[in-house]
Ligand binder design. Structure first.
Ligand code: SF4
Length: 487
């Protein structure tokens, strides 16, 4: 195995040189300006938006109303054309706000900023700032310099400089967060032929283990119960650093932080999922039995063209091995339909892989060519109407599988970490099982952050409905209150 020869590093202590923000609390919110952040894309962007709010906390307070903001940041995603277009359309709306309030500073951050750089200023002359993902930690300095020199617009998209992910010690922007991400690495070395990530986030850099542990301690001190370790390919954590642990070593180290209730990680590359990592699902009690393992296609030929470095059979044997080590494991995946050259037979391979693995949930996407990627120049692009048909078929097949998998849970009891009021119905609460199923149930909002036993009453396609044992069933008339010894 690639990583089994390495062990945990000496003392997992924070590297103070990376400490960039440790504010005192003596700034009154009345003195603060207003910051609005719109976020598109993946969890990495969510994490970056959270960091931007944290590091600007001395000067700005978050607002949900862009029209009253002094600083507007649109954190963009370039992975698919649709997300990019949505960001442009939102920015177009902000242009009108800027006309009304010319002093408003508008910035674009994230992957589109990195990919397009200064070209964005020609396309959108009202923009003040273009900031790539590796430069967001310099935001206070960039804003200060811009204001002092009255020099807008400005572009900050350096990718080649030495970069390390700083440790941010400011409070999390959200009140009483139950779960949060902690990034463990940045960038990617895999160069899948459809993906812009290596072009916009640079080559893979692992964060020092001491900083990761320090950030986990920091978020736990704020009430977080569940931590999700985040990176483009977490399984290859530490490969370039001989004195860092391998990923399984990091998992064990993080799990040992006092107060951590649950641990997850995302995203995994199937090629790098070692037996050591698989064993953690059995041996590390905090690690939840859920794995997001992107397959992208069920056809070996298409996987090769995607440069994924595994075949269909290798993926299936990885899944078999994992299920034999941890039979309770819940699997989810990403899929691309209509990749260039995908034939009907390739597509049928994908459908049959879905039936074989029985994922709990999938995140399918129609292929869209991205600038600067190899697949964008492949000549055998699949027509949109074929992509649409395949997309619908994948959803149909997966809905049946997902429903089947969820039905098995009806009547069973599950350990659920309650996250707070349900989004759809604020009178209810929502939480997650260890297998990452979202579950909605009647109950008091005060249970947020508690792990409770929930009885699954009904399976839906994408979520579950449940009740606290001892409470009145949904089916019973006159439901008024919940009685449960757990609270
Ligand atoms: S593994 Fe492939 S798809 Fe994932 S970020 Fe890296 S290049 Fe992109």
């Amino acid at each position: 195995m690639l990583d089994s020869h390495r062990s945990c590093p000496d003392g997992l202590k924070s590297t103070m040189k990376n400490l960039i923000f440790d504010r005192s609390d003596d700034v009154s919110t009345a003195d603060l300006k207003k910051l609005y952040i719109a976020t598109f894309g993946c969890q990495m962007n969510d994490y970056d938006s959270q960091r931007m709010a944290q590091i600007l906390r001395n000067r700005y307070v978050l607002t949900s109303r862009p029209e009253e903001a002094d600083l507007v940041l649109v954190n963009t995603c370039a992975i698919r054309e649709k997300a990019e277009n949505k960001a442009y359309s939102l920015l177009g709306r902000f242009r009108k706000l800027k006309k009304l309030r010319p002093e408003m500073v508008i910035g674009i951050t994230g992957c589109v900023a990195q990919l397009e750089g200064g070209r964005l200023l020609h396309r959108m002359p009202f923009l003040d700032l273009v900031i790539g993902p590796l430069e967001i930690y310099r935001l206070p300095e960039i804003l200060e310099d811009g204001r002092a020199a009255e020099k807008w617009p400005s572009v900050h998209t350096e990718l080649d400089r030495d970069f390390s992910i700083p440790l941010v010690r400011a409070p999390l922007p959200e009140n009483n967060p139950v779960r949060t991400f902690v990034t463990i690495m940045q960038g990617c070395d895999n160069f899948c032929t459809y993906c812009v990530v290596p072009n916009v986030r640079g080559r893979e850099i692992s964060r020092p283990p001491g900083d990761i542990v320090a950030e986990v301690e920091h978020v736990l001190a704020q009430g977080v119960r569940e931590v999700i370790l985040l990176g483009q390919n977490v399984n290859s954590y530490g490969k370039k650093n001989r004195d860092y642990p391998c990923f399984s070593g990091l998992l064990r180290a993080v799990a040992g932080v006092p107060g951590l209730e649950r641990l997850r990680f995302t995203t995994s590359h199937p090629r790098d999922l070692t037996s050591d990592i698989m064993k953690c699902f059995r041996e590390v009690p905090q690690l939840c039995e859920h794995l997001h393992l992107p397959v992208q296609s069920g056809s070996t030929g298409i996987l090769k063209r995607m440069n994924r470095h595994y075949t269909r059979d290798q993926y299936l044997s990885t899944v078999d091995r994992l299920k034999s080590i941890c039979p309770e494991i819940v699997l989810t995946t990403d899929l691309i339909v209509g990749f260039p050259g995908e034939t009907d037979s390739d597509f049928l391979d994908t459908l049959s892989l879905l039936e074989t693995v029985e994922f709990e949930q999938i995140f399918p996407f129609k292929y869209s060519p991205r600038p600067g990627t190899r697949a964008a120049s492949f000549e055998d692009q699949v027509p949109l109407h074929v992509q649409n048909e395949r997309f619908e078929e994948v959803l149909r097949v997966q809905n049946e599988i997902g429903m089947r998998r969820h039905k098995v849970l009806e009547g069973r009891k599950q350990e659920v970490l309650i996250e707070g009021p349900s989004r759809g119905d604020r009178s209810e609460i929502t939480g997650r099982t260890r297998g990452n199923h979202v579950i909605n149930l009647p109950g008091p909002a005060e249970l947020a952050g508690e792990v409770v036993t929930v009885e699954i009453e009904r399976a839906c396609c994408h979520s579950l409905r449940g009740r606290l044992p001892g409470s009145v069933s949904l089916q019973d008339e006159g439901f008024t209150s919940v009685t449960n010894e757990l609270y």
